[in-house]
Design a protein around this ligand. Sequence first.
Ligand code: ADP
Ligand code: ASP
Ligand code: MG
Length: 480
Amino acid sequence: MRVLKFGGTSVANHQCVLSVADIAENELSLGQVALVLSAPAKITNHLVAMIEKTVAGQDIVSNMSDATQIFADLLSGLKAQQPRFDYERLKGLVERELASLKQTLHGISLLKQCPDSINASLICRGEKLSIAIMESVLQARGHKVTVIDPVKNLLAHGHCLESTVDIHESSKRIAALNIPADHIILMAGFTAGDENGELVVLGRNGSDYSAAVLAACLRADCCEIWTDVDGVYTCDPRAVKDARLLKSLSYQEAMELSYFGAKVLHPRTIAPIAQFQIPCLIKNTANPNVPGTFIGDALIDDGQKDQDMPIKGITNLDHMAMFNVSGPGMKGMVGMAARIFSVMSRKGISVVLITQSSSEYSISFCVPQKEWVKAHNALTEEFYLELKDGVLDPIDAIDNLAIISVVGDGMRTQPGTSARFFSALTRANINIVAIAQGSSERSISAVIENNAATTAVRLCHQMLFNTAQVVEVFVVGVGE
Ligand code: ADP
Ligand code: ASP
Ligand code: MG
């Protein structure tokens, strides 16, 4: 069994959808396949924008007409190019979905707010339509298809916009479906159901995680993430032109890279597949013959491992804020860290990076910039008495920051990596606000100003991977 996940750009138009069907058919020679699909590119952004604009009392006509056009083009392209595609049925289905969306948005405009559960049920509509379209394409090609309903079969816990799947229970539910071995399996990404059977979503970009979860539930032989680049690169290839394609990564490296900002994988993707030792491949839908990047712990001795690369990648997480809790009373005060982080957790604020001075005099940590006010209020509330009595200094907060990280298993054994990283930042005249090293020594992060992040990534990439440097030559003089 192989689980193949296709992202938004991989199902953006009718040619892409047909390529996905071709790829799935090719892989049938290796055994049964299960496809997890995202919404067509831009659809989720339009849905999110329509909800936000409706709450704010703004006009949504352009978003609605763009979204309608994307589906209309997709369906008419398939009608023209895929014999026996059930165009009329799909057209009716899309029309009904859009009508129900408009009706719910009308309700939201009257309420002037959108409850999170309604929000969840709207932003995953694109995935539902991708699955219906692909089911029809595969049936038109003569395949038998089983669609897994993620709301009924993936049990999830936590907040309805950022839920976590219970793999044990979900595995039992999926096994009980007894899906015949000659069926192609389809499942909408991004979506699951809570203990009451209500629809929840897994966080933006969460279809990678859906695929990993399904691969774990089916104990698949491989989880393939098909996207719009040839694999995982040393840097975002759209930001750094000479980023290098990686042949392989360990689970831990992939986890750190995605956690610190490599968008190619959702940060929660690796845990379920690492738990069951399922190998993962990152592949390009538009370029299926490129081998892609292998993620796993299997020892491959055919040159597939980039053993000579102690550093595998450089990432950045933009728009961060850093808080510093310090004061004369901090030293030796038991439970300070626990109080800081439990209040963050109670408020649902994710803490991205932590550093503590060895004197125990201060604790600094980063949270996403959008959580600034919430985090500040939570800290001042929690430490009201300590702040009033001067045991703690007023809470120090800096915004407009970014975290830049270098990641690689080999950094543990190769001295000097951090020196090269920091000297690259120094050469670029970039001020380092804070530093943190993962205890596994697999990652080093520096907190810098947000507007220096792109330059920092480019320069660090040049210095750490010895890529081509651009030399600018100016000739200045007088006379002819
Ligand atoms: P999908 O819609 O298929 O889920 P995403 O847009 O979520 O695709 O992720 C793919 C994008 O991730 C690429 O287009 C690329 O710009 C970005 N990216 C960021 N960092 C990396 C990296 N280190 N390697 C490859 N791609 C990266
Ligand atoms: N469509 C969802 C999003 O854009 C989930 C995904 O594509 O991974 O966030
Ligand atoms: Mg993605």
